[in-house]
Design a protein. Structure first.
Length: 245
């Protein structure tokens, strides 16, 4: 049996792909660029619903929960030379509304995204026509969407279950640098559900979930795209299958 290759993890020698030239948009709770695990300049914006009920864009993408920063830290570890861009849609609680998510995805399509990390999910919603349309638009534009299944979800989770999206679930039995690609499965990728460890904080008290598996896949895809910059969704799936299948 062929041994699966691990994803890039941490420092690597010159000439080994590290996501250079690939913009990864992190749709989450914002990012703290000063965190030691992130380290480096990050641009960003916030997408929010105003008092008028409409969706607006602002400049403040500071992370107040730590979740988005932990996601960015994993991506940075897998693809240290990727260009990260934070889109904040969570403020406090890790919850938002479909129109804000749609607004963030629409902005990501205009912000030079090559990969969009959506460490979030909701139960399948028949009325989410706009969200599905945006995912199709992204795929046509060559933008790779990576989404985690909703934690604890037993049914379909969107947008991870869409054909235009690479869906990811966490598997606690996998090593931190493992990735399994399973074409045809509702969530085609499996990876470790743990964030990077923090000194003095037991792993059980840190974040955990499908979110961090998705971050690993986003980083791995950024590295693949450095090698194959013109690859679209079908080509990326083919690359994942060859390397991690």
């Amino acid at each position: 049996m062929r041994k699966r290759r691990g994803i890039p993890w941490g420092d690597r020698p010159p000439g080994v792909p590290a996501g250079k030239g690939v913009r990864v948009v992190v749709v989450d709770s914002g990012v703290n660029p000063r965190h030691s695990h992130v380290g480096g300049r990050i641009d960003g914006a916030t997408i929010y619903r105003g008092e008028d009920g409409a969706v607006h864009r602002g400049a403040d993408y500071r992370d107040t929960s730590g979740h988005g920063t932990a996601i960015a830290a994993v991506i940075r570890h897998v693809a240290p030379h990727a260009d990260l861009f934070a889109l904040k849609i969570f403020n406090g609680a890790l919850a938002t509304t479909p129109d804000v998510l749609e607004g963030a995805l629409a902005y990501a399509l205009q912000a030079g995204a090559r990969v969009v990390n959506l460490s979030l999910g909701m139960e399948a919603a028949p009325h989410a026509v706009s969200l599905r349309g945006l995912c199709r638009e992204a795929a046509r534009a060559g933008i790779i969407l990576v989404a985690s299944a909703r934690n604890g979800s037993r049914g379909a989770s969107v947008p991870a279950s869409y054909d235009e999206v690479i869906g990811v679930k966490g598997d606690g039995r996998l090593m931190e640098d493992a990735l399994m690609y399973r074409p045809g499965e509702p969530c085609e990728c499996l990876a470790s559900p743990w964030p990077r460890s923090l000194p003095g904080l037991p792993r059980e008290r840190n974040f955990r979930g499908n979110s961090f598996a998705a971050a690993r896949v986003s980083g791995a895809i950024a590295c693949l795209l450095e090698e194959s910059p013109g690859a679209g969704l079908d080509a990326v799936r083919n690359l994942l299958g060859k390397r991690y299948g």
